[in-house]
Design a protein around this ligand. Structure first.
Ligand SMILES: NC(=O)c1ccc[n+]([C@@H]2O[C@H](COP(=O)([O-])OP(=O)(O)OC[C@H]3O[C@@H](n4cnc5c(N)ncnc54)[C@H](O)[C@@H]3O)[C@@H](O)[C@H]2O)c1
Ligand SMILES: [Zn+2]
Ligand SMILES: [Zn+2]
Length: 361
C-alpha cells in the first residue's frame, strides 16, 4: 500500500519548489519507512533546484533528517519500528571494491530504497541524495537509518545527517586536523561552521573563519574560530599568512564550492599542508593553477565526500558528544519552519540570514 503525504518537489530548473501530494510505498525487502520528525535546509537542496547537480527532475528535496522508524521490510535487522534514527545518504554496500579494501566511507555502491516514491500520477521522483525527507514519510534503504539516542532533539540530530557531518568530517576525517594545528575555513555556513567546530574538537590551536558576511563570522567565533576575516574587504590569503607567522595554515578547508575560494584555500596553506574541498562546485566551474605551485607547495589536495564518514560509527558518536554538552548542535538551528516554507528558507540562505532553517513535522 502506498501512503499519500505532502512533499517538497522541485519540478524544473530554477522554478520555486512546491508542496505537492506524493505517494510513498510500504517498505519492501531491505527498506524502511521513516516518519520524518525534522529536516534541515541544506545548500545542496538549492543546488538541486538550480539544476546544478543533475537534470533528473522532478526532485523530492530534503536530506538532513531525523525521524522514527514506522515499519521495516523483510530481512531488516539493524532497526525496528519506534527507533529514533538519523537518515544517512551513505549506506555502505560491503561488497564494492572500496568496501572490500576496508574503506567503506568511499563506498562506490551505496544503497538506497529500490521502490520509487512518485507523484500521484505515477511519475517517479528523484529523492535528493537518495533520501527525500521534506515529507512526513520517506522510504529509504534500512542501512541509511542509523539509530541514535532518542533523547536528542530531532532538529539538532537531523543536521548530523548532512551538513554537520560533512563539515566536522572534512576537518576531523579528511583533513586529519590534530592538536596544535592551524586551520582556515572558507565559507562559514552550516558546513563551514561545523568544520570549525570539528577543528576545535580535534585540538586545533589557530582556527581562522573566512566569509563575506559578518553575521556568519560572528557565528564562526561562537563555534570556536580564534580569528575571522571578512574577505569582501581584506585579502584572506595575506591575512592568514600574517596570522600564522608568514607561513599559512596546516589545513585549509573550502566550504563554499567556488574556484575563487578554492584558490585562496590553496595559497593560504603552509608548505606540505592539506587542502580539503568540501563545498560542491557546479559542473561549469574550472580552476587554473600553475603546476609548479601544485608541485612546489607539496602536501595534499583532497575532496571530502560527506566528511569521509561512516554513519554507523560517526552519527552515534556525534550525538553522544552533543548529549554530553561537548558539541553544540542546537546552535546550528537558526529557526524552525513548516514544510511549506522551504522556498522562503532558500531565500534566507541566499541572503545569509540563517545557518540552518529546519522543517519540523
Ligand atoms: N562535500 C559534501 O559532502 C557536502 C555536504 C553538504 C554540503 N556541501 C556543500 O558545502 C557548501 C556549503 O554548504 P552550506 O549549507 O554551509 O551553505 P551556506 O550557503 O550556508 O554557506 C556558504 C557560505 O559561504 C559564504 N561565501 C560565499 N562566497 C564566499 C566567498 N567568496 N568567500 C568567503 N565566503 C563565501 C557564504 O556567505 C555562506 O556563509 C555547499 O556547496 C554545499 O553544497 C558539501
Ligand atoms: Zn561499497
Ligand atoms: Zn546537505
Amino acid at each position: 500500500m502506498a501512503h499519500q503525504v505532502n512533499g517538497v518537489v522541485s519540478e524544473s530548473k530554477g522554478a520555486p519548489v512546491q508542496l505537492v501530494p506524493i505517494l510513498v510505498p510500504d517498505p519492501g525487502p531491505g527498506e524502511a519507512l521513516i516518519q520524518v520528525k525534522a529536516c534541515g535546509v541544506c545548500h545542496t537542496d538549492l543546488h538541486y533546484r538550480e539544476g546544478a547537480i543533475n537534470d533528473d527532475f522532478p526532485f523530492l528535496l530534503g536530506h538532513e533528517a531525523s525521524g522514527t522508524v514506522d515499519s521495516v521490510g523483510e530481512g531488516v535487522t539493524n532497526i525496528a519500528p519506534g527507533d529514533f534514527v538519523i537518515i544517512a545518504w551513505r549506506a555502505p554496500c560491503g561488497a564494492c571494491r572500496s568496501c572490500m579494501r576496508g574503506a567503506p566511507w568511499y563506498c562506490f555502491s551505496s544503497r538506497n530504497a529500490c521502490q520509487p516514491m512518485t507523484l500521484v500520477d505515477g511519475t517517479p521522483l528523484s529523492p535528493a541524495l537518495g533520501i527525500g525527507a521534506f515529507a512526513e514519510l520517506t522510504l529509504v534503504n534500512a542501512g541509511q537509518a542509523v539509530k541514535v539516542d532518542p533523547e536528542a532533539s530531532p532538529a539538532a540530530a537531523g543536521l548530523v545527517g548532512c551538513g554537520i557531518m560533512a563539515g566536522l568530517g572534512a576537518a576531523m576525517n579528511t583533513g586529519g586536523v590534530s592538536r596544535g594545528d592551524s586551520v582556515a575555513v572558507f565559507g562559514c555556513g552550516g558546513v563551514g561552521n561545523a568544520a570549525i567546530a570539528g577543528a576545535k574538537l580535534s585540538g586545533a590551536h589557530t582556527i581562522i573563519g573566512v566569509d563575506l558576511d559578518d553575521r556568519k563570522l560572528a557565528w564562526a567565533k561562537e563555534f570556536g574560530a580564534t580569528h575571522t576575516i571578512n574577505a569582501s574587504s581584506i585579502d584572506p590569503v595575506e591575512e592568514i599568512r600574517n596570522l600564522t607567522g608568514g607561513n599559512g595554515v596546516d589545513v585549509s578547508i573550502e566550504a563554499v564550492g567556488n574556484p575563487i575560494t578554492y584558490k585562496q584555500a590553496f595559497y593560504a596553506r603552509d608548505h606540505a599542508g592539506t587542502v580539503v574541498l568540501v563545498g560542491v562546485p557546479s559542473p561549469d566551474m574550472k580552476i587554473e593553477l600553475p603546476l609548479i605551485d601544485v608541485f612546489g607547495r607539496g602536501g595534499s589536495l583532497k575532496s571530502s565526500w560527506y566528511g569521509d564518514c561512516l554513519p554507523s560509527r560517526d552519527f552515534p558518536m556525534l550525538i553522544d558528544l552533543y548529549m554530553q554538552g561537548r558539541l553544540d548542535l542546537d546552535r546550528f538551528v537558526t529557526e524552525t519552519i513548516k514544510v511549506d516554507e522551504v522556498e522562503k528558507a532558500f531565500h534566507k540562505m541566499e541572503q545569509g540570514e540563517v545557518l540552518r532553517s529546519v522543517v519540523i513535522f
